[in-house]
Ligand binder design. Structure first.
Ligand SMILES: NC(=O)c1ccc[n+]([C@@H]2O[C@H](COP(=O)([O-])OP(=O)(O)OC[C@H]3O[C@@H](n4cnc5c(N)ncnc54)[C@H](O)[C@@H]3O)[C@@H](O)[C@H]2O)c1
Length: 304
């Protein structure tokens, strides 16, 4: 269906989505601001925590297959190189104005091909008004790590056509994903629920009620979560989490989406999330509190 895909924004999600597609035989051209960012992105795909080298080490693919996967991913700092793609997935910072600017530029280059945004929260209808054909614009919300997580939340904007939704849904099904289709609303379904849990967890830390490990183990063993809300925040990236809070607050003006003070301070201090996922981060909440991640604790106890 879509055999040649453009990815705009080659950070945590852009690299994961590019790798996932390349592993499934799809050619990718990835765009970011400069060569340095693109180099870091390719290094993540090669040697990162969820990268190709790990698959080779686990015996899941051969060295030759690994090189073949890598060779499907081209990178560029020029939007012009998006020419000829059949689908674009935008994954730049969670910022309405930036995304609108990027999408307008993308749409100028690719014409009327389907364009999806990986936004976690921002109105698809509003973003869609920046592209030439909003009927061919939708939310394609992958989850971290996109190579492994099966869920993709498809978001239908007010103007998105049924045909666009179906095309993307069928393509994702063919790739082994489990898509859900939801209506456009701040935070859709996943972020609206996940973020409020993340906020309460952060407030509990702020108030000194429990440690990161205790909060996460509570949700893992008490509620059957695979990962607790603090560890999820570290995985997502604390800077990205903060941008999502700000976007939610901007859209709704509801104080429940005001970011917790502790989160703002951690980002200001350079704690941008789990350093094995976020290049250049001093650490996440767990590193700041000097604790072992709850998933590791439970694994050690044979409970995972
Ligand atoms: N991190 C997660 O777990 C997660 C999960 C689902 C969705 N998302 C969403 O995905 C999007 C990207 O998040 P991320 O975590 O990958 O962020 P990130 O900060 O890791 O990466 C964003 C990338 O966009 C690039 N960029 C910024 N401006 C650009 C421009 N004008 N042109 C091209 N590239 C540009 C940056 O250089 C950076 O590499 C956001 O909308 C976020 O809400 C994130």
């Amino acid at each position: 269906m879509f055999e040649y895909v453009g990815i705009v924004g080659f950070g945590v999600m852009g690299t994961q989505i590019a790798q996932f597609l390349a592993q499934n035989g799809i050619k990718v051209v990835a765009i970011d601001l400069n060569e340095e960012k693109l180099k870091i992105g390719m290094e993540t795909i090669r040697n990162g925590r969820f990268g190709i080298q790990k698959l080779v080490e686990k015996g899941k693919i051969s060295k030759e297959q690994a090189e073949e996967i890598i060779s499907r991913i081209k990178t560029s700092s020029s939007y012009e190189d998006l020419k000829g793609v059949e689908l674009v997935i935008e994954a730049v910072f969670e910022d309405l104005e930036l995304k609108r600017k990027v999408l307008a530029k993308v749409s100028e280059v690719v014409g009327e091909v389907v364009i999806g945004s990986n936004t976690s929260s921002i109105s698809i209808t509003k973003l869609g008004s920046a592209v030439k054909d909003p009927e061919k614009f939708l939310g394609i919300h992958f989850f971290n790590p996109a190579q492994i997580q099966r869920l993709v939340e498809i978001v239908k904007g007010l103007i998105t056509s049924e045909e666009t939704v179906l095309k993307v849904k069928n393509w994702l099904l063919k790739l082994g994903k489990v898509p859900i289709v939801v209506k456009d609303s701040p935070g859709f379904t996943t972020t609206r629920l996940g973020l409020i849990l993340g906020k309460e967890a952060m407030l509990m830390l702020q108030e000194g009620i429990a440690s990161p490990q205790e909060i996460d183990i509570a949700m893992m063993l008490g509620y059957g979560f695979a990962m607790g809300p603090i560890e999820i925040g570290d995985l997502v990236g604390l800077d990205t989490r903060l941008r999502i809070f700000e976007a939610m607050y901007e859209m709704t003006k509801d104080p429940k989406w005001a970011p917790p003070k502790l989160l703002v301070q951690l980002v200001d201090a350079g704690y941008l999330g789990d350093p094995t996922i976020k290049p250049g981060s001093k650490g996440g909440v767990y590193e700041f509190y000097g604790q072992e991640r709850a998933t590791k604790v439970l694994k050690r106890l044979g409970l995972r």
